[in-house]
Design a protein around this ligand. Sequence first.
Ligand SMILES: Cc1cc2nc3c(=O)[nH]c(=O)nc-3n(C[C@H](O)[C@H](O)[C@H](O)COP(=O)(O)OP(=O)(O)OC[C@H]3O[C@@H](n4cnc5c(N)ncnc54)[C@H](O)[C@@H]3O)c2cc1C
Length: 230
Amino acid sequence: MTRVLSDYQIGTADGTSLGSSIVKVMFKALKEKGVAFYPNTKALDLVLKNGVVTGVKVRSGNEEFVIPTKNVILATGGFAHNQKLVKKFAPEWAGLPTTTAVGSTGDGLEMAVEHGAKTAYTDVVRMNPSVHSENGVNSSLSAARAEGGIMVNLDGKRFCNDYYPDYTQLSRWLQKQKGSMAYIVIDNKAMKASKRLQGFKDKGYFLQADTLAELAKKMGVPPKADTVRM
Ligand SMILES: Cc1cc2nc3c(=O)[nH]c(=O)nc-3n(C[C@H](O)[C@H](O)[C@H](O)COP(=O)(O)OP(=O)(O)OC[C@H]3O[C@@H](n4cnc5c(N)ncnc54)[C@H](O)[C@@H]3O)c2cc1C
């Protein structure tokens, strides 16, 4: 069966991760503009005088100091790694693993709220329905859905479109499946067309089989499941 492969996802020419490539370019631009850069420095609090932010208190190693400033842009990312905030703002998803970076602890959000800032849309969370979890590491398998995979439940049945309407709704549907889990089935054509899928394969994320019957057996799903016919 012909699978429509995603044509909107952007990758780098050499197949390396997009994020780290963007960081290289941004870091070069910062240096060229002479912007002061504080690596390995954690923002601890906002410093206020008469209700106006005048600096940021930070820690670098054992040293704590204040960086004086006229303005502060809080860009400390999301809060998926902070269960206290997940329970508070998005209780529907509390207790689930996350693929976000370990720095997503909502520090900026907490600092701002502490000083009386109002929040908006903190309940809007994007859940990822396709995650490979192993040894405490959660890796996103979105590419496997975007680039030709189909999701089937433990009965070997499709229970949703693989990419639409949106990640969070797919996650809700997935949560309702047996074991709250699904397999992503990928054929050889999709595998050959995607460097990222080959990368997942090399990492050992996939079960492999030459026939669907054999694959169904390895997956532990009924071999005649109607949806594992591609
Ligand atoms: C697996 C995955 C795949 C994704 N794929 C895509 C995609 O294909 N396309 C897309 O557009 N988006 C994608 N996203 C979303 C995208 O990565 C985020 O929306 C984006 O990174 C958010 O940028 P940000 O600058 O707000 O926060 P972040 O990128 O999280 O940056 C925040 C930074 O602040 C640092 N920080 C946190 N607290 C402190 C502190 N107290 N002091 C100092 N520093 C601190 C963090 O360590 C981090 O470096 C993906 C996200 C994930 C998790």
